[in-house]
Design a protein around this ligand. Structure first.
Ligand SMILES: Nc1ncnc2c1ncn2[C@@H]1O[C@H](COP(=O)(O)OP(=O)(O)O)[C@@H](O)[C@H]1O
Ligand SMILES: [Mg+2]
Length: 365
């Protein structure tokens, strides 16, 4: 039954995006192509996304008056990172559709909830346990064995908030580093996965429940930050099918409208273990801008606008390379290869590890 909520957003309507980073910037550009306006809500002035649209709210995520004005100004809300306070999304949802829904955000904000959700959906993850005290830590490390990984449950990214527990790690020192997080948002201990490689799958789900997955891609990290994505991942068809099946299943179970990026570990014996979920466009999907029928940014706009999804087929193999910090200076080299596409995010200061842009090298099939 096509109720009024299934009516697609009309051209000229306004999409609200919480967050002002490069993911919001590329989403806003895709939205503009489809005839939509974007209104960016973020705390920082001159953030990458605010440079490509004239509608902005520069305010804190807890500013209730600014959130109310924003809800008034937009037709649908999405977010470009998952550390938006849950209450902001929940408050907005009382006035305007928030897609993916606040409950999806709540799960994906917290590593413990993410893994509990996977467990309930019967999707394998690495072994894990919540850690609430130094004593818990001692007991669980004895149970899991070393190495293992201690992580804050929330607000970590690019390896921040993670401590490897190796042979020589003093557990009381490690605990001291996370005790404060344990008291507020929680702490998780994970088995260390001796993976063969890391992959991710991005799945889109429309308002009508249709799903499309992008091909599994292989992610190589340096210092815990994504360095390169190889498209497609060098895995067997069987493993690729399994990974895509997991992505479709999780999208359905979580009631997704929008995009869900799923990071997975592939072990030597071809097990697929879910590591993290992100309810938004993902760095490992940037290749889709240049090498897929529908980019992940157009796809998220289609999904949240209630339009039919576009095909997710890849048009070429590709290698996406992040330009971190000073590497952006080397971006000029990209011009010497006519099959390299350069994307820069408009960020001023090239701090170490900061994502300044990326290149995608297209490889003809
Ligand atoms: N349990 C684990 N076993 C092995 N490597 C891990 C584990 N958890 C994280 N890593 C490594 O650290 C990287 C970053 O960790 P992740 O959990 O994805 O957090 P984030 O991306 O939010 O920083 C992963 O991509 C992986 O390379
Ligand atoms: Mg990750």
């Amino acid at each position: 039954m096509a109720g009024p909520t299934l009516k697609p957003l009309s051209p000229g309507a306004t999409i609200g995006i919480l967050g002002g980073g490069q993911l919001g910037r590329m989403t806003a550009l895709a939205a503009a192509q489809l005839g939509y306006r974007c209104h960016i809500y973020c705390p920082e002035a001159d953030a990458p996304a605010t440079q490509v649209t004239s509608l902005t709210s520069i305010a804190d995520y807890t500013d209730e008056a600014a959130l109310a004005d924003f809800a008034e100004a937009v037709d649908v809300v999405t977010y470009e990172f998952e550390n938006v306070p849950f209450v902001a999304a929940a408050t907005l949802a009382q006035h305007v559709p928030v897609r993916p829904g606040p409950e999806v955000l709540r799960i994906c904000q917290n590593r413990l909830r993410e893994k509990d959700f996977c467990r309930a959906a019967e999707v394998p993850t690495t072994r894990f346990a919540p850690i609430a005290s130094a004593r818990d830590l001692h007991e669980r490390v004895a149970e899991f064995g070393r190495p293992c990984v201690l992580k804050t449950a929330e607000l970590g990214y690019d390896g921040k908030g993670q401590i490897s527990v190796d042979r020589d790690t003093d557990l009381d020192t490690a605990w001291a580093q996370v005790a404060e997080a344990a008291a507020t948002t929680g702490v998780i201990l994970e088995d260390f996965v001796d993976f063969r490689l890391e992959v991710s799958v991005i799945v889109a789900r429309g308002l009508d429940g249709a799903r499309r997955t992008y091909v599994p891609v292989e992610n190589q990290h340096k210092n815990h930050i994504l360095d390169q994505t190889i498209v497609p991942a060098r895995i067997s068809e069987k493993v690729a099918d399994k990974a895509e099946g997991i992505a479709r299943h999780l999208a359905e179970k979580i009631g997704l409208v929008g995009l869900l990026a799923i990071e997975m570990f592939i072990t030597a014996d071809e097990r697929v273990l879910v590591n993290e979920l992100a309810p938004r466009p993902h760095n490992s999907g940037h290749w889709t801008l240049d090498a897929a029928v529908t980019s992940q940014f157009e796809q998220v706009v289609r999904a949240i606008a209630g339009l039919p999804l576009g095909a997710a087929d890849r048009l070429a193999d590709a290698v996406m390379k992040n330009l971190l910090g000073e590497e952006a200076a080397a971006a000029q080299a990209a011009w010497s290869d006519p099959y390299v596409k350069l994307h820069l995010y408009g960020k001023g200061e090239a701090r170490p590890g900061r994502k300044m842009g990326h290149t995608t090298k297209l490889i003809r099939r």
